[in-house]
Design a protein around this ligand. Structure first.
Ligand SMILES: O=C1O[C@H](COP(=O)(O)O)[C@@H](O)[C@H](O)[C@H]1O
Length: 478
């Protein structure tokens, strides 16, 4: 039985540490040169994200340079930038400032001389933003290693960070030849999600939760990020990537890390990253068994008012590839705090009524006989939404006139909408030179280590690729 209480608590934002405040950006003149500027990511997320930061912070001066191998007239590029910003609802002042200064420079990202020319064209402190497929990152790093670089250069690189563990290690080594770690941002926009970093405030700002955040009190943790979206024309990227690499290997493991890590001494990049690395170092597949990981892909179905073809019939999909559109991992965290607690991570595309939350299921209390909740679920559940940041606590209470009539009520704490989207929040960190919301190199490698046995088992065909109808809830019997 579920019941919506009207009890709403509003946490004081000042007590929740972490997310950089866009209003507090220092006046800076920067140029961000985007390698892969004609890609979907640049237009759909990166340029709008930069627009959001410029819109929110009046004192930042940013120039965007688009760079890609295929030449593009400046006028065409400016129109692209304008459309991308306007479609995202960026204010006219920021749109005009960014469009009036942007230019396009044709660049072969593996050619040292062309990279040198690109950096020379930057009028502000340069940021080289690598928005290219994982295989291209190393070539860029190797080309950069052959030229003199400006001392103030920052490098950002998009996920997935490499194709596998060995590739991520090689990419880390190549990038380390070019810039020190504190000038390198591995982008994972989930770190800018208000819920994810807000986890620090929620967990460590509430003694009640802090005291019960362990295996003695918690039965299981679910981290779900299902989406209604399907392939959306991204076959070139997604068909070689799949849900495990696209969502779980990067984003959902970061969410797990913030959920399960020990308390950092301070919310500084070093302290937080050390705690993240430590907890991820203790994560393994449940009982080290790759068959606990599951995969599936959608078949034809209706999602809302859209009719999805089967994944294999989507344009440019190679049906022989066995790409999964939904992946689930069952993990254990081998720290004293989490012995025996399963962590379920799942993300799927083409899901109707998708769940996007961290759900912490507390163990059942030893209520006296006769006080069991009528629906059989007497456990308390804390749900942290990964879309919007609201926190819900499902509690069991006694009915007002009936001491053994238990019912479930839901308390909601909604911190309200963040000024910046998750993507823009991470970009604000980059423009502020704050690495808190960047994925440190060792952390990126831990993420790959965790999923490697699954990648291997799936490549060997050891786990069946199941099917679910687009628009359904996905497989529910796992
Ligand atoms: O990085 C990615 O994330 C999105 C989901 O994040 P959202 O903030 O846009 O909801 C996912 O759709 C995409 O496949 C993936 O590459």
């Amino acid at each position: 039985m579920s019941d919506q209480s009207d009890t709403t608590t509003q946490p004081d934002p000042d007590t929740v540490p972490g997310i950089p405040d866009a209003e507090s950006l220092e006046p800076t003149k920067r140029t961000i040169a985007i390698l892969g500027a004609n890609g979907d990511l640049a237009k759909r997320l990166l340029i709008p994200g930069l627009g959001e930061v410029v819109d929110a912070a009046r004192d930042i001066s940013l120039q965007i340079i688009g760079a890609a191998r295929t030449p593009q007239p400046n006028e065409e590029w400016r129109a692209t930038v304008r459309a991308s910003l306007e479609d995202a609802g960026i204010g006219a002042r920021a749109v005009d400032a960014l469009v009036s200064t942007t230019e396009f420079i044709p660049t072969d990202a593996s050619d040292p001389d062309e990279l040198r020319a690109l950096l020379d064209a930057c009028t502000g402190s340069p940021i080289l933003y690598i928005a290219l497929p994982p295989s291209a990152g190393r070539k860029v790093a190797e080309a950069l290693a052959q030229i003199d670089l400006p001392d103030d250069l920052l490098i950002a690189i998009e996920k997935p960070f490499g194709d596998d563990l060995a590739d991520a290690q090689a990419l880390n080594a190549a990038l380390a030849e070019v810039v020190p770690e504190e000038r390198l941002w591995r982008i994972d926009h989930f770190l800018g999600n208000a819920t994810v970093l807000g986890m620090l405030g929620l967990r460590f700002g509430n003694r009640l939760l802090e005291a019960g955040w362990n295996a003695e009190q918690i039965e299981k943790v679910e981290i779900f990020y299902d989406e209604e979206l399907g392939l959306e024309g991204r076959a070139a990227f997604y068909d070689q990537t799949g849900a495990l690499r696209d969502m779980l290997q990067s984003h959902l493991l970061m969410v797990l890390a913030l959920t399960a890590m020990e308390r950092p001494d301070a919310v500084t990049p070093t302290d937080v990253h050390d705690r993240i690395a430590e907890v991820l170092g203790a994560v393994r597949l449940w009982k080290d068994d790759p068959s606990t990981a599951r995969r599936a892909r959608y078949t034809e179905g209706r999602v809302g008012d859209r009719l999805f073809p089967s994944y294999v019939d989507e344009p440019d999909v190679d049906a022989s590839r066995e790409t999964e559109t939904l992946a689930q991992l069952l993990l254990q965290v081998d720290t004293p705090r989490w012995q025996g607690v399963p962590f379920v991570l799942r993300s799927g595309k083409g899901i109707g009524d998708p769940r996007r939350e961290v759900a912490v299921h507390f163990r059942r209390s030893a209520a006296p006989t006769g006080l069991d909740a009528p629906d059989g679920h007497s456990d308390t559940v804390l749900r942290m939404s990964l879309k919007g940041g609201a926190v819900h606590l499902d509690l069991i209470v006694t009915g007002a006139d009936d001491v053994d009539g238990l019912r479930r009520v839901e308390l909601e704490a909604d911190p309200g909408a963040a000024t910046l989207s998750a993507y823009a929040q991470v970009l604000a960190g980059l423009l502020q030179e704050n690495t808190l919301l960047s994925v440190r190199g060792d952390i990126a490698e831990q993420c790959w280590r965790i999923v490697t046995p699954v990648v291997t088992a799936w490549a060997a065909g050891e786990t069946p690729l199941e099917e679910y109808e687009a628009g359904s809830a996905g497989p529910t019997d796992w």
